[in-house]
Design a binder for this molecule. Structure first.
Ligand code: BG6
Length: 482
């Protein structure tokens, strides 16, 4: 390595409201779409239920009870030396129905206290405005993001946040993993689109009608995001707004040109489609071909393209966990885990949940993104979901997590050395939280263990893991001591 991590590099961690807060119906919060999703496992998919069922477990309802533990949690992040913390705001805590005229003051107060404490600790919040959830009322009344009117409700919510937290928050992400709507209909629930009662959360086999809905909803989210960028800048010139993309690094399974082409097209749609709209301010050239091939007809209005152009993001952020392979051979496809599409890569190891470990893929992705867009980049999610054991003397020796993160920090260091303008790193689920994919607590990512299991037992006690002390030393040394 020839260069250290840059001075002022943002070191932290990331969480999302519906996966950590709990208190789903407390102090005026309305139900969100995430509150309608059951628990599950790797083998048994989470389901969306149109109404809450009394005998069913909904993990978001209590999650890690951050709502009542936030002081302690922020103190732990501070002890690790965080200078940033990525978190999301639950829209339905601020606007319980989504289309309310006035915000819920208790919700605003809750986040204000958090941001004030962050400021006292010198922690810069990075706030995701919408992380996989929409007020459920907007689904019932408007079919969620399918309805163009939801753009205005979202902007009212954004304006409330930008004005209320003007002096406390400067980094904003408009939508978590906005490209999930393209990758699988798991984005359906987050975007509040209508789903049949009992539908599985993730389903990579989308029908043409579902795909049409996804792209229409996405178009509305693109417009909302572009308007939000401009609004944020108008309210405070110091605001920095980023896109957030699920980084889907993939490789051709073989050098067969047919595999290479399939992979190129997967990279285009999974990554560059949304990135191009949000960073370059226009739909990419390959959108036309894709829309024709899939019989997609977007309903647009005059001025939409100008809005996209005027609302380009300031930085590019993404999540990265693992990589996939792509092949033209249908007998090889889709065999590697619930959220992984593609054949297994013989060069990589896979977790119990079917996710590969591929730090080099992160370096490749960083270079590709920076080469394509040339704007500052942040890795806002990364980590290993794993089972943790608490020893009789209360220790969690998560060497596997340390090993994973060490390799990935080395990869981002190498990418900086390659010349990528990488400004921050916030590993996922720094405090244990509910898995979005499976709804489990058992799939843990944190530096801090939360005493809670999938049988809903445990008192939410926080315990620093071995990785907690390791990460503290990483931050203290600005990435030199791994
Ligand atoms: C990202 C999401 O896709 O991956 C998070 O933004 C999610 O919300 C994370 O938790 C890890 O996935 P999972 O399924 O292991 O929770």
């Amino acid at each position: 390595m020839t260069k250290a991590f840059p001075k002022g590099f943002l070191w932290g961690g990331a969480t999302a409201a519906n996966q950590i807060e709990g208190a789903w119906n407390v102090d005026g919060k309305g139900p969100s779409t995430a509150d309608m999703v059951t628990g599950g496992t790797f083998e048994r998919p989470r389901r969306f239920t149109a109404e809450l069922q009394s005998d069913t477990y909904y993990p978001s309802h209590q999650a890690s009870d951050f709502y009542h533990h936030w002081r302690e949690d922020l103190k732990l992040l501070h002890e690790m030396g965080y200078n940033t913390y990525r978190m999301s705001i639950a829209w339905s805590r601020i606007y319980p129905h989504g289309d309310d005229e006035a915000p819920n003051q208790a919700g605003l107060d809750f986040y204000r206290k958090i941001f004030e404490q962050c400021q006292a600790y010198g922690i810069e919040p990075i706030v995701t405005i919408s992380h996989y959830e929409t007020p459920y009322y907007l689904t019932k009344k408007y079919h969620g993001w399918l309805d163009r009117r939801v753009i205005d409700f979202y902007l009212r919510y954004c304006k409330t946040l930008f004005l209320n937290y003007k002096d406390l928050v400067h980094y904003w992400l408009t939508f978590n993993e906005i490209n999930i709507l393209i990758m699988m209909n798991g984005g359906y629930v987050g975007a509040g689109l209508p789903l049949e009662d009992g539908s599985p959360l993730f389903n990579s086999r989308v029908t043409d009608a579902q795909r049409q809905n996804c792209f229409q909803a996405l178009h509305h989210q693109f417009l909302a995001s572009a308007e939000a960028v401009q609004l944020a800048h108008r309210i405070n010139a110091d605001n920095w707004v980023g896109c957030m993309i699920a980084g889907s690094q993939s490789y051709p399974l073989t050098p067969n040109p047919a595999d290479v082409l399939v992979n190129q097209r997967a990279m285009e749609m999974n990554n560059w489609f949304c990135g191009d709209v949000q960073v370059r301010g226009a739909y990419p050239y390959f959108a036309k071909r894709y829309f024709e091939d899939h019989h997609i007809r977007l309903h647009t209005e005059r001025g939409d393209l100008a809005t996209l152009k005027a609302g380009k993001v300031d930085f590019y952020s993404f999540s990265y966990y693992s990589s996939n392979t792509r092949t033209a051979d249908p007998t090889e496809a889709e065999s590697a885990g619930n959220m992984t599409v593609g054949a297994k890569n013989p060069y990589l190891k896979y977790s119990e949940w079917g996710w590969s470990t591929d730090p080099t893929g992160l370096r490749i992705y960083l270079n590709e993104v920076y080469g394509r867009y040339g704007i500052p980049v942040m890795v806002v999610e990364n980590g290993l979901g794993a089972r943790d054991e608490v020893t009789v003397d209360g220790r969690i020796n998560d060497d596997y997590r340390i090993a994973y993160l060490k390799e990935h920090i080395e990869a981002i260091h190498a990418a900086i050395d390659d010349g990528v303008d990488l400004i921050g790193y916030t590993p996922w689920g720094c405090i244990d939280l509910v898995s979005a994919g499976t709804g489990q607590m058992a799939k843990r990512y944190g530096f801090v263990y939360v005493d809670r299991n999938d049988q809903q037992r445990g008192n939410f006690r926080r315990l620093p893991k071995k990785s907690f002390y390791w990460y503290r030393q990483v931050i203290q040394s600005n990435g030199a001591d791994l």
